[in-house]
Design a protein around this ligand. Structure first.
Ligand SMILES: [Zn+2]
Ligand SMILES: [Zn+2]
Length: 161
């Protein structure tokens, strides 16, 4: 309970630091994203409504956009997925996405700040000052690997070994 209160205080302070009023809507959205990292707006709306039933979809979208612009939230868009939001910002972490079930895991950035990759410019290109290297890993999670093994033909697997 105390922890919850501390979290709210920290969010309130961060909102004030960004020149935003501390509103129930903003706090409910922040708390929902904190509890459900890597969630689409729809799930954030559902989670925030549990605390604040009068919350409208429209206001959740506005708050998400505004807090993302302030870098209090990070928004990223995996392929074939709606945009996902999280409160873990400023550490330049990356994401690994299971192409089978869509599960998302955080992957620490080896460097810890952007950009963590620098391109090699050939003579023909006009170099840019790179600010962000957006790394996204895609693969198959362990759960999906296991269920695929179960459903695949056992004799075939024996042969492969
Ligand atoms: Zn999976
Ligand atoms: Zn993340």
């Amino acid at each position: 309970m105390t922890e919850h209160f501390d979290g709210q205080d920290a969010w309130a302070a961060a909102l004030r630091a960004h020149g935003r009023r501390v509103t129930k809507q903003r706090l409910a959205v922040l708390a929902a994203v904190e509890r459900h990292p890597h969630s689409p707006a729809e799930s954030i709306l559902a989670a925030a409504r549990a605390e604040l039933p009068e919350l409208t979809a429209q206001s959740v979208y506005v708050v998400l956009g505004d807090l993302t612009d302030l870098h209090m939230l990070r928004r990223f868009e995996p392929p074939h997925s709606p945009a996902l939001y999280e409160t873990r910002v400023d550490d330049n972490h990356h994401h690994a996405i299971c192409i089978s079930c869509g599960r998302v895991e955080d992957v620490d950035c080896a460097v810890g700040h952007a950009p963590c990759l620098t391109p090699h410019w050939d003579e023909k290109s006009k170099p840019m000052t790179i600010q962000i290297a957006d790394v996204m890993y895609q693969g198959i999670c362990q759960d999906c690997q296991q269920s695929q093994q179960k459903t695949s033909n056992p004799p075939l697997q024996m042969k492969e070994k």
